[in-house]
Design a protein around this ligand. Sequence first.
Ligand code: SF4
Length: 732
Amino acid sequence: MASKKHVACQSCDINCVVEAVVKDDGKIQTKSISEPHPTTPPNSICMKSVNADTIRTHKDRVLYPLKNVGSKRGEQRWERISWDQALDEIAEKLKKIIAKYGPESLGVSQTEINQQSECGTLRRFMNLLGSPNWTAAMYMCIGNTAGVHRVTHGSYSFASFADSNCLLFIGKNLSNHNWVSQFNDLKAALKRGCKLIVLDPRRTKVAEMADIWLPLRYGTDAALFLGMINVIINEQLYDKEFVENWCVGFEELKERVQEYPLDKVAEITGCDAEEIRKAAVMFATEGPASIPWAVSTDMQKNSTSAIRAQCILRAITGSLKQGAELLGLPHSEFVSVSQIQMHEALPEEKKKIQLGTERYPLLTYTGMSAFEEPSARVYGEENRYFHNMAAFMANPTDMFTAMASEKPYPVKAFFTFASNALMGFANQENALAGLMNQELVVCYDQFINPTAQLADYILPGDHWLERPVVTPNWEGIPFANTSQQVVEPAGEAKDEYYVVRELAIRMGLEEHFPWKDRAELMNYRISPTGKDWEEFQKQFTYPSNIPDYFAPGGVGVATPSGKVELYSSVLEGLGYDPLPYYKEPEQTPISDPELAKEYPLTLFAGLREDPGFNSCYMQEGPLRNVEPDPVALLHPKTAQSLGLPSGEWIWVETTHGRLKLLLKHDGAQPEGTIRIPHGRWCPEQEGGPETGFSGAMLHNDAMVLSDDDWNLDPEQGLPNLRGGILAKAYKC
Ligand code: SF4
């Protein structure tokens, strides 16, 4: 039997480190790590990781480059070809498209977290070619949090459970199968007496563990935080020294939160005013307190304000200087991803036309340019273009619109790297129209998912058990874990860097990709440690040295003022409200009671279920068997009022579209709301347009989610999925 390896699980995005062993029958057994690990507590493994090898070895996995030889896009006539043929043809077509439409006509959607091995080289390739049009699901999931954190305190803030005496959770339904290592961290924190405040409309298991549970109305998080800030300021519970020395805009903030007295906040959120007050007092006085990242506020109409208000809470209560919240930075021991990306190579005129710049500039090059000087000041000139998880992103709505309508300019080549872009955003029909209007679609992935069904070429991607990496790939986490390779890639699967470099060579960019393979690239990235990979991988974790941002006379944080900007100069400069606010979304029973008569339910979308991760692991097997059908959840009383029994197929319809889902009753859901799943498709069905791309057009939540302006957060331009869309449900 082979020796055990330590591997950072990449079946979801928290990267629990697990143990992997190749058994005598060739199968890989994954189990929780048996030795003490600095960042992964014991017993941290979930069903996705236990079953990782069933996905790796699944009969449907793509093992060779495939070319669609059908006459129409979406026709499923796949022919096996060699890597050289695939890469030669892709490069030739890309050259012609760039010659005709310009380099910005290349759009890319990437999921960095499931890749890890390209270390920023895909952006480097794009920057050297001259295309700014990179986007990712991270635009509405943690990447945008990092962008808004940056606006307020210079970089992404990582909550340290071990250093927190009070945790504020926002809709985080952790479990043994959902971010299990953080669930174990939570249990350990509670065991030593840490307080827990939970904001969640649902009565979840985590809500039941809380000292204070605030069952707020979906989408009202910003109002609730403003009410908490009101209490903390008016009751003089804030850290006066920190506010005086390290914050700007306190007086303006103080004035703003007077607009959010507790009785008004209670009315908006549906929570009890005294409970909100207790939560505010607990957060301010039982600290150090922290707010671990939660996707919930990434997907709301008031997302920017809700995230900003969290930043303000952690600042004015002193958490940022007490170690409960750690401001991220390029890893001090490595060559940074930002450096490898070479954003300086992209001409300024191309940065200015990044899609989204005109309507929603905040997360694009234009909005993020405000952080170039501050990043250079705090992290060194070499990190002027600090990536901070995900920055410089094209707006996905504007990307798909440019692909479909060729306005403001054509995007005619689209590469999707492990991102299943068709299903990953809102307004799936627009994404489909965009993909259909391409002259070249390339998909790097493990399965022929709905996006791959629209590709000209599918390139077989490796699996995390087949690649040695450092996790996380994104920048802003104050540590890095080593992850060992367990087996060679199956079939002809290749790592992402192979694809990037081979294309770069064919596009005449070889000199900028001197690392001949991933091993050389990895050795370059870790070269400041003085170790090569063989030596480097023996150590579990490499902590990053975090500067003392707030030392007397210190360098401060990477904002334009060098201080925490309660009043944001960057938002003000872009013409937005520099202070957080709450505005009722356009489609709620309060703002549109007439519409609510026809659409009486409040939609809750974008939810990942435990056996899956976005649209992954839908293939037949043990993970799919946990919940084979796409399920909608209604409170039994709500279902009864609509005459909808559990176990029946229903239509869920919004003003944008409709979905077919299996109804289940669930007493944990708030009455009057409906929860729909994200990422559901049926790989067992034939692909192509006749089946709605294996059910994606029938079951995925993006079919009912609008990305019209009324449903977008005004600053970031990302779609609201929670609390601002009305829906109705009826029998099929
Ligand atoms: S929660 Fe599960 S899938 Fe996610 S990293 Fe941990 S073990 Fe892997």
